[in-house]
Design a protein around this ligand. Structure first.
Ligand SMILES: [Zn+2]
Length: 399
């Protein structure tokens, strides 16, 4: 196995699953195990200031001569959906296009995952079916580390100043909670946290959440005639009145949605939790408005109940911020084209740490890390794309 793959395998074998219930940073101590290893390896690659801060974030710099300060970011934690403990990566040589057998009779089939067919002829790394792989985002980390190794082995090759940050808790939406922009010290940056390596992603959803609390009128049901207004039933009426064809099930590409994430209720009280996503500000406002008016309607229908609507801002589309520095996109495009890849501008149907970084002045679009089917047992890495992305990042640092 080549050294670059050994590095990837070394990282995915360390469990770094985050946890959204602990309320501390990092949300799990195990993320620091990878952080400590990365600091050691960064020091041995000549990044003399490599260190981990009290929150578990790792920072390191390599002084360059070409004038720019370019940031590279990847996150150390893995998703909550599937365990990241005891990951056993398996190599599939020259994928032929059929189903891939994992352990426990599980099978990864191009009928279910048609995008597998884009990788025919390439080597893949898959899981044994019991865990996720953790390519999200350890492939990003390994790509950055391999690029640093290139410069360590080729001191004669000039490069820009390289500013590296590996962050914790991205998967629970807290990757930038304690991010230190001064410590990072970059003019602009890239997260290496996407999938397809030809993508440059500088647009993501605008995101808000809505919590609706309903207090009903609860009396003995035997004496409920004309009095009992069941909060749980009102909640289901409210949800049923929202546009049935604007959910995640109905939307793709640049379409937004509303999504019921939680609903509970009794005759006395009920709670509805909805997240709302849209690439356009007007779109997200329109969706918030229809939820608001649905709440007003049930209140009008049942004047005796209490209905409280709370809207929370979650994150913003980074497009408006990235467009202020179009040269950051051009820079990535040149590096891709240098490696024979025609860049494609992609949309992120979710959020990214780069969106928050961009909002706070560090323009940070997202690039691919050659891993796919994130957050599940069917996650895999395309080995040849991974190798290619290392060359792309090497070029980003010297163009
Ligand atoms: Zn990720």
């Amino acid at each position: 196995m080549q050294d670059s793959l050994k590095r990837f395998v070394r990282y995915v074998r360390i469990n770094t699953q985050s946890d959204d219930t602990t309320g501390v940073t990092p949300s799990t101590e195990c993320q620091k195990n990878l952080g400590r290893l990365l600091v050691e390896e960064l020091l041995s690659l000549g990044l003399e200031d490599a260190h981990m801060d009290e929150w578990g974030n790792v920072y390191a710099h390599l002084e360059g001569t070409l004038g720019l300060k370019i940031g590279l970011n990847a996150h150390m934690d893995t998703a909550l959906e599937v365990s990241g403990e005891n990951v056993k990566p398996c190599l599939v040589r020259e994928y032929k296009g059929g189903p891939i057998k994992l352990a426990n009779g599980l099978e990864m089939n191009p009928k279910t995952f048609p995008s597998l067919l884009k990788h025919v002829g390439h080597d893949l790394i898959v899981t044994d079916g019991n865990t996720l792989l953790g390519g999200d985002d350890k492939a990003g980390i390994a790509i950055i580390m391999q690029a640093l190794e290139f410069y360590h082995e080729h001191p004669e090759v000039e490069h820009h100043t390289i500013c590296v940050a590996f962050t914790v808790d991205e998967e629970i939406g807290e990757g930038t909670k304690h991010f230190n922009y001064e410590e990072m010290g970059a003019d602009f940056a890239y997260t290496i946290d996407g999938a397809d390596i030809d993508r440059i992603e500088c647009e993501n959803f605008n995101a808000k959440s809505v919590t609706i609390k309903i207090n009903g009128v609860s009396v003995h049901p035997g004496e409920g005639k004309g009095k009992l207004i069941n909060a749980g039933k009102v909640a289901s009426e409210l949800v049923a009145s929202l546009p049935g064809d604007e959910t995640p099930f109905d939307s793709e590409y640049d379409q937004g949605f509303w999504h019921l994430t939680e609903m509970s209720g009794s005759p006395d009280n009920a709670v509805i939790h909805i997240i709302v996503r849209d690439f356009e500000i007007e779109g997200i406002e329109r969706r918030i408005e229809y939820i608001q008016s649905a709440a007003n309607l049930v209140k009008e229908k049942y004047p005796q109940i209490e209905v409280e609507v709370e809207v929370k801002h979650q994150y913003e589309n980074m497009k408006q911020y990235v467009l202020r520095k179009p040269e950051v996109i051009e820079h990535a495009k040149s590096a891709l084209r240098n490696n024979g890849i025609e860049p494609v501008m992609g949309l992120i149907r979710g959020g990214t740490d780069g969106a928050t970084m961009s909002k706070f002045g560090l323009v940070t679009p997202n690039l691919g890390n050659a891993s796919f089917n994130h957050h599940g047992r069917f996650e895999y890495l395309d080995v040849q794309d991974y190798e290619k992305m290392i060359d792309v990042v090497v070029d980003i640092l010297r163009i």
